[in-house]
Write a protein that binds this ligand. Structure first.
Ligand SMILES: CC(C)(COP(=O)(O)OP(=O)(O)OC[C@H]1O[C@@H](n2cnc3c(N)ncnc32)[C@H](O)[C@@H]1OP(=O)(O)O)[C@@H](O)C(=O)NCCC(=O)NCCS
Length: 184
């Protein structure tokens, strides 16, 4: 690599990149997998844990892309299944960073299935929302750059994150008034 190439490839300094942020599209990520007969539960449909694993994997990938390093799942905030998956389906999960805090990233995930028998159209089978925290080599939280929405849909998702955070605060405040017993 020539000195010029090396200079061009050197990332911008940390403070500058933190200030400029990153677009939502820049770290968007999609992962797919096939559902096999061996993945069926006792009722013949695909096990939900397969989808959960795919969702966590794709959310990690987008969080790592956005934060340029390792990140950990701190919360699976919502996971909704709309339809079952079956052997032969190709399941694809698409994730994006929809909001950022100081060290945390709010990740939205959409999961579609392309049916083995059918028109080949993708059907939405699940949605999820997770929170990841960027961590350093010691596992301590590290700052992330802000995410910037660009399209109307991305602005809507960005606003939805603010609502989720407000609900989270309100829920924590309400639960703090209840003497919840520790799980046995
Ligand atoms: C994630 C972790 C590093 C956070 O450490 P911590 O000491 O709680 O750090 P903080 O209190 O500073 O919180 C860090 C961020 O996480 C957010 N956070 C913490 N708990 C949260 C929760 N339950 N839901 C949403 N966000 C949460 C905080 O709001 C903060 O966000 P911000 O910096 O954007 O404001 C630590 O809890 C951890 O290592 N957890 C285990 C993660 C893991 O192993 N996941 C995989 C399980 S197999």
């Amino acid at each position: 690599m020539t000195p010029v190439d090396a200079a061009q490839r050197t990332p911008t300094t940390q403070p500058e990149s933190m200030a400029t942020g990153k677009t939502m599209g820049a770290s968007r990520c999609e992962l797919s997998r096939v559902i096999w007969r061996s993945n069926e539960n006792m009722f013949g449909s695909g096990k939900g844990t397969l989808i959960l694993e795919l969702v966590d994997d794709v959310a990690w990938a987008t969080a790592a892309r956005h934060s340029d390093g390792h990140a950990v799942t701190v919360s699976v905030e919502a996971m909704t299944f709309f339809a079952p998956v079956w052997a032969g389906d190709i399941v694809s999960a698409r994730a994006q960073v929809e909001g950022t805090g100081r060290t945390s990233m709010e990740i939205g995930v959409h999961v579609d299935a392309q049916r083995c028998h059918g028109t080949g159209e993708r059907e939405r089978i699940a949605e999820a929302h997770l929170v990841f925290v960027a961590v350093d080599d010691d596992g301590a939280p590290r700052p992330v750059r802000p995410v910037h929405p660009e399209t109307d849909a991305e602005y809507a998702r960005h606003r939805a994150v603010a609502i989720r955070r407000e609900h989270r605060r309100a829920l924590a405040a309400a639960l703090s008034e209840v003497a919840l017993p520790a799980p046995r």
